[in-house]
Design a protein around this ligand. Structure first.
Ligand SMILES: [Fe+2]
Length: 286
């Protein structure tokens, strides 16, 4: 979307719209409850405990689609973050500006029963169930803001597609090593019934120790489960590396390196699981 696109009719200058919580139908609330029940049965023991703590302190375990006003009261007290609704995807500069100011942009529509396992545009279940619990974690909350600030700077370097990979492989599809095992934290995984099993248990994907420069060379799949996941050692380490890296010379260096395919493994990788790629190969042969 062009950076200078005007907001759509009915949206504010920053592209936000009211959530209009009163307009959700009983069927829409029931859809949330169905998705919530399915994921919360699956996630304990698989997701980082910080995610479950977030669900709890934000009282997201109550039935029905969360009302952003109530959610924001608790989130503001906790970390100073807010959730704002937008009518669809917003321009990158607008998205980064919201993050840099501790506002997370969420869709307000919810998928239909026919779309339960696949939808093209993120809905409120992905955006709110997937992303918001970790915004109650102080370190992850700071990381999201740092990402937004880095995003605004990246626009001046024409390096957005490189930085977008950092968001993709952490915020959306990240794994973390905790208590001697791997746990999920990426919103794209934790909001997906299939991928919350696949990312952790399936022998197909690679699982590689986090390396910022390596990760920013790596292309990703937008149409199916990831072929590689990157594993962070802690949220503190992720935040520290993001804050301490001088991205300008890194972007310049990356200009001279080839992009890597999503399934690539390099001799220097900290390989945690060498994936068979059986899933992706079977899909490609269909
Ligand atoms: Fe997302």
């Amino acid at each position: 979307m062009a950076a200078d696109s005007p907001p759509p009719p009915g949206a504010a200058a920053d592209w936000t719209v009211p959530q209009a919580w009163d307009s959700y139908t009983p069927a829409e609330h029931a859809m949330w409850d169905r998705l919530f029940a399915r994921q919360s049965a699956m996630l304990p023991g698989r997701v980082t405990p910080a995610f479950l703590d977030g669900l709890d302190v934000l009282r997201m375990t109550r039935p029905g689609i969360p009302n952003f006003e109530e959610l924001n009261d608790r989130l503001m007290q906790r970390t100073g973050w807010q959730v704002v609704a937008a009518p669809g995807l917003v321009p990158d500069a607008v998205f980064f500006d919201h993050l840099a100011n501790r506002r997370f942009v969420a869709g307000r529509f919810i998928r239909t029963p026919e779309q339960i396992d696949y939808l093209e545009e993120p809905d409120i279940f992905h955006d709110v169930f997937g992303h918001v619990p970790l915004l109650a974690h102080p370190v992850f909350a700071d990381y999201m803001q740092a990402y937004g600030q880095g995003g605004l700077r990246s626009l001046g370097f024409g390096a957005l597609h490189k930085l977008a990979r950092l968001y993709w492989y952490t915020v959306e599809f990240g794994l973390i090593r905790e208590d001697g095992g791997l746990r999920l934290y990426g919103a794209g995984i934790v909001s997906s019934f299939g991928e919350s099993k696949f990312a952790l248990d399936d022998p197909s994907p690679n699982r590689i120790g986090f390396d910022l420069k390596r990760l920013m060379r790596t292309k990703y799949r937008i149409d199916d489960y990831q072929q590689s996941y990157f594993v962070i050692d802690s949220f503190d380490d992720l935040l520290r590396q993001t804050m301490e890296t001088d991205f300008a010379p890194l972007y310049a260096e990356l200009e001279d390196s080839d992009d890597l395919e999503p399934d690539a493994l390099l001799p220097d990788d900290r390989v945690i699981t060498r994936g068979t790629q059986a899933y992706a190969l079977a899909k490609a042969a269909e």
